[in-house]
Design a protein around this ligand. Sequence first.
Ligand code: CTP
Length: 248
Amino acid sequence: MAMHVLVTGGPTHEYLDEVRYFGNASSGRMGVALAEAAARRGHAVTLILGPCPTGTLDPRIRLRRVVSARDMEREVLDALPSVQAIIMAAAVADWRPRVRIPGKLKKQAGGLVVELVKNPDILAGVGTMAAGRLVVGFALEAAPGEEALRLAREKLRRKRCDLIVLNRTGSLGREVGEDVVLLTAGAEHPLGSPSKASLAERVISWCEERAGRSDHAAGAWGDERHERARGGGAGDAGGGPDRPPPGD
Ligand code: CTP
């Protein structure tokens, strides 16, 4: 049975004036790969995409283009009631300039101090109102090995996700991930350096299995599943959503 899957992707741009913005190096390719994998597998897909090139998209994907984090939040909240799974692959800017200056800011002598204010955390907001929907987040970490895992576990709890995809900043702009790990409350599965297309297939398989709607015989984790020592080895596949308790 098909789901309606909401995917976010790409960067957000936070404008300082009419020509300059704060942004990041996200290519948007992960979001596009997820949307295409879900569409290929017969799911209805809404892709909410920040400013990035896409090429030709699968025509079955409903595309919503956005610029800023607040635009993205509006589109996510608009689509939320009709979806069964939310996959937040966007690299949302955490801050925006407090004011957007009309026109073009003139060059002045000396430097420039810009006041930034916090953007909404879209994923954390979705986590509080998921109401049985599957919530998948990404964690892009610069920290090495075990520390990155600790940060990703913390994100899983704090943002009330069902699944977190840990990726490293070294993968930015590359076709493959770096030391990618899938984490749930009960299990962790290292994937090495998968292509964006194969990582997307894994994530969509996981959603299908978790939603109990998979037509595939193989488990979403593949053969080698790594139970976490703590958490009692309850596992994560096959059951209903066991959303982690609210974090800090
Ligand atoms: N995210 C979001 N809204 C934000 C920031 C992040 O929805 N304002 C989502 C991203 O789409 C991703 C997840 O939260 O799924 C984690 O993003 P990441 O940049 O790794 O973490 P942050 O929460 O921004 O924390 P930090 O940058 O401090 O690691």
